[in-house]
Design a protein around this ligand. Structure first.
Ligand SMILES: [Zn+2]
Length: 343
């Protein structure tokens, strides 16, 4: 079978399509023939090199596909059979530690992200423990089905588990057409929040408007913090949905009202920021970290998708052979939604 791997870190040329044998499955595993896999920004970080990665590594965290074979315990459970259309949760956890038993898999001591700490999903076949396999939503095509798990779990966990969104609250969501941004806008609108978002051009502004954003700031033309203050009548937003990091940090602080909350899951433009603690305590503000989500989050998200309350934003698909071009497309920030690899 074909699999996209890296043998060393570096530029896009380090991505290779290797011929590997189809993985053997354990009793509690399911063998899945991958139909589509999604790229995440994480793939670029992994390719370039972040700590804790052992090589060679099969790339990618998200995929959707068809069950090809099930292990003996899975067969006994009767849960999955050949031909079932499925998606795969982009997390691996031990299932036994205090966090896992409390349903907090994203805090598991043995937490692994496929495509980072363990082999990923960008291969023709993958073997997956059955508890990380979920039914593919019938109202999504293969590209959409592969597009949402990682970004939706991340955004859902931030806005539903870490923050309690209330109707009419103001929220600033960076990057309307980014994976997490596009999902965050839809979740916030469903809670009745007033959403301000950012884009870099008019095409992206149109998409932001379709997603339901109330106010759209083109950050190439207007300063974000100042514009947010103007929109909110000088008050600022209750919540900043952060995933961009150092570049937007001054705007984040400028946009946040008294007793406001910053919830963050990423640092695309850099991890180091300046905080004046006096401003934080005098204004009663909170900074809340979050990473990935739980299996319960994914179950909830699947219900939202079935009810058409949430729809993944897909930009375009590339053939597996064009994986280097797909990385380039994502890296140059030209994407308006998720970038998919077709298998
Ligand atoms: Zn655990």
């Amino acid at each position: 079978m074909k699999a996209i791997r890296i043998h060393e870190h570096g530029n896009r040329e380090k991505l290779t399509i290797d011929e590997l044998s189809i993985p053997a499955i354990q009793a509690e595993e399911v063998l899945i023939r991958v139909k589509a896999a999604a790229l995440n920004h994480l793939d670029i970080w992994v390719r370039k090199g972040i700590p804790g990665i052992s090589l060679p590594l099969i790339m990618g965290s998200d995929a959707a596909g068809v069950v090809e074979k099930v292990g003996s315990s899975v067969q006994a459970l009767g849960k999955w059979k050949q031909g079932d259309e499925v998606i795969i949760a982009p997390i691996r956890s031990c299932g036994q530690c205090e966090y896992c038993l409390a349903g907090q898999e994203n805090l598991c001591d043995a937490f692994k992200l496929p495509g980072e700490q363990t082999d990923g999903m960008q291969a023709e076949y993958v073997s997956v423990p059955q508890r990380f396999v979920f039914q593919k939503p019938e109202n999504l095509d293969w590209s959409q089905a592969a597009a949402f798990p990682l970004v939706a779990m991340t955004a859902y966990h931030m806005l539903v588990r870490k923050i309690t969104l209330k109707p009419n609250q103001w929220i600033l969501v960076y990057g309307a057409t980014s994976g997490v941004g596009s999902i965050a806008i839809q979740i916030a609108k469903d809670f009745g929040s007033r959403v301000i978002t950012t884009v870099s051009d008019t095409d992206k502004a149109q998409i932001a408007s379709k997603l339901g954003a109330d106010f759209i700031i083109n950050y190439k033309q207007e300063p974000i913090g100042k514009t947010v203050k103007k929109i909110t009548g000088g008050r600022g937003v209750d919540i900043v949905f952060e995933h961009t990091g150092s570049q937007t940090w001054p705007d984040t602080l400028r946009s946040l009202r008294k007793s406001g909350k910053i919830v963050t899951c990423g640092a695309t433009t850099g991890p180091h920021v300046r905080i004046d603690l006096r401003a934080i305590f005098i204004k009663h503000q909170q900074l809340i970290g979050s990473t990935m989500g739980t299996l319960a989050d994914l179950s909830d998200i699947l219900q939202w998708i079935a009810l058409e309350k949430l729809r993944p934003l897909v930009d375009r698909s590339f053939d597996v052979k064009e994986v280097q071009a797909a990385h380039r497309y994502l890296e140059e920030g030209r994407h308006k939604g998720k970038v998919i690899l077709n298998f």
